[in-house]
Ligand binder design. Sequence first.
Ligand SMILES: Cc1cc2nc3c(=O)[nH]c(=O)nc-3n(C[C@H](O)[C@H](O)[C@H](O)COP(=O)(O)O)c2cc1C
Length: 187
Amino acid sequence: MLHDRHLAGASAAGDRPRTRRRAAQVPSPYSINGQAPYMDWRLIDQLRGFTKVPLLLKGILTAEDALLAVERGVDGIVVSNHGGRYLDYAPSSLEVLPEIVDVVKGRMPVLIDSGFRRGSDILKALALGAKAVCLGRVPRWGLGAYGAQGVQRVLEILQNELALAMAQAGRPTLDGLDRTAVRTHFS
Ligand SMILES: Cc1cc2nc3c(=O)[nH]c(=O)nc-3n(C[C@H](O)[C@H](O)[C@H](O)COP(=O)(O)O)c2cc1C
């Protein structure tokens, strides 16, 4: 609704109606309707038919959806709130990770992103069962500041911080990282 009003609204210069912009009417080669305001699980079945590459589902935040992803036979999930950019007050991905790992029971890799800024954040996710941590803005900040070298430096900083945090936690190897390294219940 807001989107439509915005497109049809008056111009900043006065009250002349703005020309309504229309999305290009080019059919998607994948027959997927980009205008759909929602997606459902049938889309995953459709995608399966189009591609042979591993299919990872990003944006999972509940155990229920993780189970559906297992049943749907996807190759992995990314626990993510899309960096907090879509829905205010969505749970943090780290907060819901343990319950998701519990229901998945190792049947597919569980990756995570959203809000990872330092090595100790990565330690927490790995200890709570994530197979890998993905980064969105952090490497882009490095890219914006110093180009490719900036990205490289950011990754080195995170790696060093992770190693330091592991040493401080008394877990010298990644295999030694388990839930006992992180306190999750404070009541
Ligand atoms: C500018 C920008 C655009 C993004 N666009 C999308 C998008 O189109 N689809 C999507 O799934 N996630 C999108 N994301 C979220 C990222 O894929 C990723 O989940 C998020 O950045 C991870 O959080 P972090 O930036 O705190 O590491 C976007 C993030 C940023 C910063």
